[in-house]
Design a protein. Structure first.
Length: 43
């Protein structure tokens, strides 16, 4: 299975939030971000 880079994962999450996509999708991205111990910069 292919995996998103950390940078692409964070970008996808930010875009999903900005576009107000399905909340379940956003939560899935958040879980993966937490699993990788990545930090989100809050603008």
């Amino acid at each position: 299975m292919l995996q998103l880079s950390d940078q692409l994962l964070i970008y996808s999450y930010q875009q999903a939030r900005r576009l107000k996509l399905n909340n379940e999708f956003i939560v899935m991205l958040e879980r993966e971000i937490q699993k990788r111990s990545l930090k989100l910069s809050r603008l």
